[in-house]
Design a protein around this ligand. Structure first.
Ligand code: AMP
Length: 503
């Protein structure tokens, strides 16, 4: 029987001695051992009474067990929902209820607060710890090592990935077997991954970046991963000499640049550095190249679509752009009605392709708003495409500022600010204003060695920008609020500053 995703990613590694995971304590796990572990988990899920199509929520620490449990769910046709380990029980209650999960698997630390959560929605609670203990691990060990994967067609639902929800209610993106597989195939090919690679993996695996981009590419290529529980600069520095590739969010790169031990010699075995999930500053791009000799490859994607664009492996990797649409992905810059705009104009980014999800779980209206009948998904990002097809993301449509009837794209102001002496980074937001509707406010994080001269900042912006784009208030902060994936939480800044111009 065919199981679209399991066959391509896991079944073909059955019995293989090749190394899949290298753990920081020196332990390794072979591909064959990993597949056996996945099959035992598949049997354990069936023993819990789960049937194909049932949902399983998991709030776990990153570990080989967590990956094997997800692989086991794929084999058994069970829809998996990986959840951020930082979520509170109240947040978990929403996901379990919304998805109708029959099983909630958690780390032992969360078992007590999650017991009433599971009970309230009639889910079974089971424990799986990162060290391989817990009742689900015990059950899996008692199970048969063989499992016949349940038949799953390309369009069948594989996982529900809840959006990171920096605004509004988090939505469950329904991702099919082929959404995940087609994207992994394209990326493996475009980024030239082979079984000889060693991918340094320090991303969380509850998010599309660490789970689908990094892990699925490694599985398809059959390469090994240095599997770190989290990003920790010292450990990453220790492991980099053994890696051929790293995928990271921009903060990985800025933090590594703060570390004097990062040198060209340290990374001489690396062939590829990839960045995504949030915009990479042009300055980081330049500093990385100057320090290591490597040009970071930036790509762009979302929970709902996987990856949509990438800078080229061979060719011009342009700072500040996310490259061109990946093979098979159509990307348009549109007006509000979905009509394509001329090249060079800023508009809504819409994408269509085998990578695009089929809708939001239990939210037909939200799905209709964001997924057009013609298959194009309205990403909520604003962007521009140049004559050569390179795409630049200029912000989220929700972040667009309208002041006195004029549109202001925060990115335009942020780029100018970031280039000024004494500015480490910035975030530009709109806050309510009695006269203008919204007023532009700039939040600046000063560089560690010097503070910006605010008069000079105002002069410089005034020379470069139309008056309506100028900040009506500039605020200094030690850091910008960020979520787990390094995205700046502009909603947090807007909330903090919304009273600034109250009449
Ligand atoms: P998520 O669904 O958590 O993966 O977040 C997706 C969002 O991250 C996108 O809609 C973009 O706003 C942002 N994003 C991802 N990659 C990039 C990138 N390379 N540059 C700018 N924004 C990005």
């Amino acid at each position: 029987m065919a199981n679209h995703l399991f066959d391509a990613l896991f079944a073909r590694h059955t019995g293989s001695d090749a190394v899949f995971l290298r753990l920081p304590d020196g332990h390794v796990q072979s591909y064959g051992a990993f597949v056996t572990s996945a099959q035992r988990f598949a049997n354990a899920l069936c023993a819990h009474g789960l049937k194909p199509g049932d949902r399983m929520a998991l709030q776990l620490e990153k570990s080989p067990e967590m990956l094997a449990l997800i692989a086991g769910a794929i084999a058994a046709g069970i829809v998996f929902l990986p959840l951020n380990s930082a979520y509170t029980p109240t947040e978990i209650a929403y996901f379990v209820q919304d998805s109708g999960a029959k099983l909630l698997v958690c780390d032992g630390r969360f078992a007590e607060p999650l017991t009433p959560v599971a009970a309230a929605s009639g889910a079974v609670l089971s424990v799986l710890n990162a060290d391989g203990s817990g009742d689900l691990a015990d059950l899996a060990r008692r199970m048969d090592r063989a499992f016949s994967p349940v038949e799953r067609a390309p369009g069948d639902l594989a996982g529900l990935l809840y959006t990171s929800g920096t605004t509004g209610r988090s939505k469950g993106a329904m991702l099919s077997h082929d959404n995940l597989l087609s994207n992994a195939r394209v990326l493996t090919d475009c980024w030239h991954f082979t079984e000889r690679d060693v991918l340094l993996h320090a991303l969380p695996i509850f998010h599309t970046h660490g789970l689908f981009v990094a892990t699925n590419v490694a599985l398809l290529a059959g390469c090994s991963m240095i599997f770190l529980p989290r990003f920790e600069v010292g450990e990453v520095i220790r492991q980099l000499p053994g890696a051929t590739a790293m995928m990271g969010v921009p903060t990985f790169y800025t933090r590594l640049l703060d570390e004097p031990r990062l040198t060209a010699d340290l990374v001489r075995g690396v062939r590829l550095f990839v960045s995504g999930s949030a915009p990479l500053l042009g300055e980081t791009h330049e500093r990385w190249r100057a320090r290591t000799g490597h040009t970071i490859l930036e790509r762009y994607g979302l929970t709902e679509t996987g990856m949509n664009t990438s800078n080229p492996y061979d060719g011009d990797r342009r700072a500040g752009t996310v490259g061109r649409p990946l093979p098979g992905v159509e990307l348009k810059i549109c007006d509000a009605q979905g009509r394509a705009l001329p090249r060079g104009e800023i508009g809504a980014v819409e994408v269509r392709g085998p990578n695009v999800f089929s809708g939001y779980w239990n939210m037909p209206e939200k799905t209709r708003e964001e997924l057009r009948a013609n298959g194009f998904f309205v990403t909520g990002d604003l962007g521009r495409m140049d004559d050569t097809g390179y795409v630049t993301i200029v912000g989220r449509s929700k972040d667009l500022i309208i002041s006195g009837g004029f549109n202001i794209y925060p990115k335009e102001v942020e780029l100018l600010l970031d280039a000024l002496p004494g500015v480490l980074e910035s975030a530009v937001i709109g806050v309510p204003h009695p006269d203008f509707g919204e007023a532009v406010v700039a939040v600046i994080v000063p560089a560690s060695d010097r503070a910006p001269d605010l008069d000079a900042v105002v002069d410089e912006l005034g020379r470069n920008l139309a008056r309506f784009k100028l900040p009506k208030h500039i605020e200094l902060r030690d850091e910008l609020p960020r979520n787990a994936m390094g995205k700046v939480q502009k909603n947090v800044l807007r909330d903090a500053l919304r009273g600034r111009f109250r009449a």
